[in-house]
Write a protein that binds this ligand. Structure first.
Ligand code: PEP
Length: 244
């Protein structure tokens, strides 16, 4: 039985005052039936982890470097995230793949670094609208998955997030059939690629909100969500958690 995961990605949003959201969530979900994770900007990780101590809320990073330390100005390593109190890190988000040219090989190296530091890697895959229109969705996603998964990946340290690029922040979501097709494909590939692949959690991400969460969570092989915009307000994220 895969325990569900509601993961919030705050992206480049959040100041100290926004840590109040953690208090609201921990009061609303003292003993949740799913795992709850918030990935704030790096500047808030340590303070959020302190604020969330003793609650059911986990804190994660949004990226890490593939090296553990070194001359890489402006970068943050996986050991630094762990030291700040993070337990998870999002890797290969489409915004990083597009804005920073991150390749599958780089995402794999980052996931290895995350595992070395004891972090759970949330590896994102997803097709662009053109790739979907061209009928290449499953090929693209399969290639991203096999290229980004390190040999160290197991169900205990790895989560996969299917995030169609065209659904992120747009208010558009794939049909239930489209999500089901991709998640079934990812599940089959995971079973081939890693021992215990059937136990790896598969998240859907892309315009999840309170009004569509229950419908999305009812789709087979959807083990939770990676939520951007709707994770910024505790009330909305709380409603999504409740729908899981
Ligand atoms: C995301 O950035 O991972 C995401 C899914 O964003 P949104 O929920 O805003 O579409």
């Amino acid at each position: 039985m895969r325990r569900k995961l509601a993961a919030g990605n705050w992206k480049m949003h959040g100041l100290a005052a926004d840590l109040d959201q953690v208090d609201a969530l921990s009061v609303a979900h003292p003993a949740p039936e799913c795992d709850i994770l918030i990935c704030p900007p790096a500047t808030l990780i340590a303070r959020m982890a302190e604020r969330a101590a003793g609650s059911a809320i986990h804190v994660g990073g949004q990226d890490c470097h593939h090296a553990d330390a070194g001359a890489h100005t402006g970068e943050i390593s996986a050991p630094m995230l762990a030291d700040a109190g993070a337990t998870h890190v999002i890797l290969g988000h489409s915004e990083r793949r597009a804005d920073h040219g991150e390749s599958d090989a780089l995402v794999r190296a980052k996931a290895e670094a995350a595992h070395r530091a004891g972090l759970t890697a949330i590896i994102c895959v997803g097709e662009t609208e053109t790739e979907r229109d061209d009928g290449r969705t499953l090929d693209v996603i399969g290639t991203q998955l096999s290229g980004s998964l390190p040999a160290t990946a197991r169900a205990q340290n790895t989560v996969i997030a299917y995030e169609p690029v065209w659904a992120i922040g747009t208010g558009r979501t794939p049909s239930a059939e489209q999500i089901a097709e991709v998640h079934a494909h990812l599940r089959a590939r995971l079973v081939e690629l890693i021992p215990g692949g059937d136990d790896v959690r598969l998240l859907y991400g892309g315009s999840v909100k309170p009004s569509n969460a229950a419908q999305i969570f009812a789709i087979p092989n959807v083990d939770g969500a990676l939520v951007g915009g709707a994770s910024l307000k505790a009330a909305d994220f709380s409603a999504i958690i409740t729908a899981l």
